[in-house]
Design a binder for this molecule. Structure first.
Ligand SMILES: NC(=O)c1ccc[n+]([C@@H]2O[C@H](COP(=O)([O-])OP(=O)(O)OC[C@H]3O[C@@H](n4cnc5c(N)ncnc54)[C@H](OP(=O)(O)O)[C@@H]3O)[C@@H](O)[C@H]2O)c1
Length: 257
């Protein structure tokens, strides 16, 4: 049985993944943005071991999340699931001066990957919209571009794939993969979503804990438990390293080799 940490597990796909893992007998540590959401998360999933608290839009709090996780010991798997969606009508600035969507969807997984003691498996939630992400990596923090919520979101989901693939290359002893859950009816996906909600959380659970040889791979992109071809640029080593370097400069935190 495995021990798994899941970010953003008070709701949506993170909560569904946590539930499934608990049902399968695994040990799960939840994560929520604040104490109130943490209580709600634990109340709705009493089988979870505990909950870690921190707002992932704030670098200081993201560091604290990593500290709390490390204080609980080493995990077998971490699922980087927390995210904010594509409908932000304007650039919502964080206290670090970053766009919220970039801080939560891109920088937080980078920081947590760098600071949490290395697990055996890492899973990063991407999206089909990553195909529309900007591969120039120019103006990651939207200071020069006119704000476009869907483009900003798509960029972060491309960056999540770059992160998964870069980590797979940097840390060959870790399985590091990206997942496209499909457009499903969570708070983020909305009731209009057309894909199968019951498939939305299964691939990340499978990648986190399964002994299936098909899940014991690294540097791959999955949709509904099958490999899918990601945007070709995500395979470019130079682009991956350029992305890591940008995250290092923005966060002041280095990904260990
Ligand atoms: N749903 C889809 O159609 C879809 C499609 C493609 C990819 N995805 C990806 O799947 C992942 C999960 O999405 P979802 O559909 O489950 O979304 P969701 O229902 O909105 O859940 C997102 C989770 O992230 C948490 N979160 C957001 N901002 C946070 C912050 N600043 N600090 C801490 N936690 C924060 C939320 O906390 P609160 O509950 O407190 O807000 C919630 O638990 C995301 O990475 C998303 O990009 C989803």
């Amino acid at each position: 049985m495995a021990r798994v940490f899941i970010t953003g597990s008070a709701d949506g796909l993170g909560k569904m993944a946590a539930q499934l893992l608990v049902e399968q007998g695994h040990t799960v540590v939840l994560h929520a943005r604040n104490d109130a959401r943490g209580h709600e998360a634990l109340n709705s999933l009493p089988g979870a071991e505990s909950v870690v608290i921190g707002d992932l839009s704030i670098i200081r709090q993201t560091r604290e999340v990593a500290d709390q996780v490390n204080a609980l010991g080493v995990f077998d798997a971490v699922i980087h699931n927390a995210g904010v969606g594509y409908r932000e009508p304007k650039r919502v600035g964080t206290e670090d001066g970053l766009p919220q969507v970039f801080a939560v969807n891109t920088l937080a997984p980078y920081i947590l990957t760098a600071l949490i003691r290395r697990p055996k498996r890492l899973v990063y939630l991407s999206s089909g919209l990553h195909q529309q992400g900007d591969t120039s990596l120019k103006d990651l923090t939207w200071e020069k571009r006119r704000w476009q919520g869907q483009q900003a979101y798509s960029d972060t989901k491309l960056q999540d794939v770059l992160l998964a693939f870069a980590v797979a290359r940097w840390w060959p002893d870790v399985f590091s993969n990206a997942v496209e859950p499909g457009w499903v009816a969570t708070k983020m996906g909305s009731a209009a979503a057309t894909d199968d909600l019951d498939q939305g959380h299964r691939t990340q659970v499978w990648l986190a804990v399964s002994d299936d040889p098909a899940a014991n791979v690294t540097g791959e992109y999955f949709y509904h438990m099958r490999g899918r071809t990601p945007k070709p640029a995500t395979r470019e080593v130079e682009l991956q390293d350029k992305f890591l370097d940008a995250c290092r400069k923005i966060s002041g935190i280095e990904l260990p080799q």
